[in-house]
Design a protein around this ligand. Structure first.
Ligand code: F6P
Length: 345
């Protein structure tokens, strides 16, 4: 009798809400279609550590609403490890994997594309709170991050109003302003500052003062972590992403808050949402998108659509080539930003 075919699944890069829903959907669908499923623990690192686990119905039951990833994750890239690609391909052969499903952001999916070119039968699933992946309208995790950031902005507005302050919220998103734009629009923020646009400090400070002069004694501003202030992106140490090192962003809120306070004299307070955006329960949209992507990934394996990833375009669950991801990040369309901009100040 022929032994069942086997699929591997890994989650790489930063975690986000909805990963477990996708692991559940892909695993259960694969089993229904006659595959066995192996989880590779902690991203690509699992191949080097030979850290694997069997995924089955029991292991993937009751996790659709759980944040994080049951498989663990890491930012280790095979391209940054000596003989990394060869070692991964050898492990894939030893594990007898028909295909590998990789849940990743821009870095991990770009690595997946490189690995595909080296012979890995890979199908990607795009996930990241940043929503900056080309080839798909939305990524798993984005909507949850927007909900969390919107709630934070709503809460900040009420305390801003009580104390007659400027409240500044720093959100994540790396070099794209998706979270800031959508949360800021949903909150009716007085300014949304994103990396896609040059930061006009004169305009910002004048707008805040104008509000006060009009008798509106509070303001809410949201700033994306990658926004350039006085020619600099604010951040700290470097981390591996794919085969490149990236600066860990964060801290623009504090820098900008000090500038605003100094230039306007308005009492300004800063909050940084940080990893709260990435943890916890996924909203319904992310669970459903993750479920659609998990099921789609298995059908792509059945059709040998390797070197591609699942995607949503309009209302269609479809696929896009991983080569598109490797072309660079997807930034916020100006038509959308301009809608939010109408309500500034
Ligand atoms: O890509 C997701 C993200 O949360 C970014 O928004 C943020 O800049 C980065 O990851 C933080 O990375 P790390 O988890 O390595 O600190």
């Amino acid at each position: 009798m022929e032994s069942p075919k086997r699929i591997g699944i890994l989650t790489g890069g930063g975690d986000c809400p909805g990963l477990n829903a996708a692991i559940r959907a892909a695993t259960k669908t694969a089993i229904q279609e006659g595959y066995q499923v192996t989880g590779i623990r902690n991203g690509w690192k699992g191949f080097f550590d030979k850290d694997y686990e069997t995924l089955d119905y029991i292991r993937t039951s009751g996790i659709i609403d759980r944040g994080g990833t049951i498989l663990g994750t890491s930012r280790v890239s095979p391209l940054a490890v000596e003989n990394g690609p060869e070692l991964v391909l050898e492990e894939v052969r030893k594990l007898e994997l028909t295909a590998l499903i990789v849940l990743g952001g821009e870095g991990t999916l770009t690595v997946s594309y490189e690995m595909f070119k080296k012979g890995l039968p890979v199908v990607g699933i795009p996930k990241t709170i940043d929503n900056d992946i080309k080839g798909t309208d939305y990524t798993i995790g984005f909507q949850t991050a927007v909900e969390i950031a919107t709630e934070a902005l709503d809460r900040l507005r009420s305390t801003a109003e009580s104390h007659h302050r400027v409240m500044l919220l720093e959100v994540m998103g790396r070099n794209a302003g998706w979270i800031a734009t959508y949360a800021g629009m949903a909150n009716g923020a007085d300014a949304i500052l994103i990396p896609e646009l040059p930061l006009n400090l004169d305009w910002l400070c004048r707008m805040l003062i104008n509000r006060k002069e009009k008798g509106i004694n509070f303001s809410v501003v949201v700033v994306a972590e990658g926004t350039v202030v006085e020619g600099k992106t604010i951040g700290g140490e470097y981390y591996e992403s794919g085969d490149i090192k990236r600066k860990l962003l964060g801290g623009i809120g504090k820098v900008l808050g000090d500038i605003i306070m100094k230039r306007t004299g308005l009492e300004t307070r800063v909050s940084s949402l940080g990893y709260i955006q990435r943890g916890g329960t996924p909203v319904a949209y992310d669970r459903s998108l993750a479920t659609c992507f998990g099921v789609k990934a298995i059908s792509m394996v059945n059709q040998h659509k390797y070197g591609e990833m699942t995607a949503i375009k309009g209302d269609k669950i479809t696929s896009s080539p991983l080569s598109e991801v490797a072309k660079g990040i997807k930034t916020v369309p100006m038509e959308v930003y301009k809608i939010a901009q109408r309500f500034f100040g």
